[in-house]
Design a protein around this ligand. Sequence first.
Ligand SMILES: Nc1nc2c(c(=O)[nH]1)N[C@H]1C(S)=C(S)[C@@H](COP(=O)(O)O)O[C@H]1N2
Ligand SMILES: [Mo]
Length: 306
Amino acid sequence: MNILKRRGWEISESHVTSESLFFNRRQVVAGLATLPLIGSAKAAVNAKFADAGRPVTDELQNTTYNNFYEYGTSKSISDAAQALVTKPWSITIDGLVDAPLTLQFEDLLKKMPVEDRIYRHRCVEAWAMVVPWTGFALKDLIGMAKPKAEAKYVRFETFNDPKMAPGQEPGLFSSFPWPYVEGLTVAEAMNDLSFIATGAYGKDLPKSMGAPLRLHTPWKYGFKSIKSIVKISFVAEQPMNFWQAIQSSEYGFWANVNPEVSHPRWSQATEEVLGTGERVPSVIYNGYGEFVADLYKGMEEEKIFF
Ligand SMILES: Nc1nc2c(c(=O)[nH]1)N[C@H]1C(S)=C(S)[C@@H](COP(=O)(O)O)O[C@H]1N2
Ligand SMILES: [Mo]
């Protein structure tokens, strides 16, 4: 008998994700003339990230259960997020780079090799989803920007516009340090896993999920995965992120998933897999250690898990 070694984040073999659910519509259309539908659909998915070991989360659940403080502090912000205006949308790349630029989202998309990936997403609140993304590797954008050797960190910034995000209105959550900011080391940003999502479920990214483009670093807690990005800056110093600025005793720069390191107010040992009714053990680096553990060699004494 064949004994399969089950990774900690797998629920059961019978739940292996069906690729037909999340192919990239544009690629399918492009491939219609020469390939059967399934063939072109498979070609669009990066084979390394085609199976998250769990079923893809129901689309409606994913687009209506969100964390997006610009639109409120509850999980039900998807209606409010419709106020987000994504056209036109420009992105600035600046700081310690040889090729600073500002360009329209559509023009950036044309320059990037777009693919599909299925990623597990783990919020520090101990809930998890599986998301079928479309987008591009962050390292491809970095290659275009040509960072200088002095650039050690990448700083990301969300829009700041109280007219389209009531949460940013002065007075409402006035203690919040808008805009939302996040950061990675350049080495982390260059890692294969670091992904800029521009679509989900074969469609443009829903507003509630951070349209028109957001980061996803699936080995880190979800707050690192900044939404609705307008600026990407290459900097020498470690950026202060939004949650760290609000409560540095609870949220740090690294935020790598580790079930053995509790958040000061709650455990990270298990997670609720939304839509399944199941609670499962969490896994270090959210199960992506094979890709990222090397980034942290020699840093064991540092606070890399919060
Ligand atoms: N700009 C911005 N980005 C953000 C947040 C936010 O409030 N504002 N919340 C973060 C948190 S805590 C999580 S868990 C994820 C949630 O992504 P989802 O709504 O697509 O599941 O977005 C992250 N990115
Ligand atoms: Mo989160």
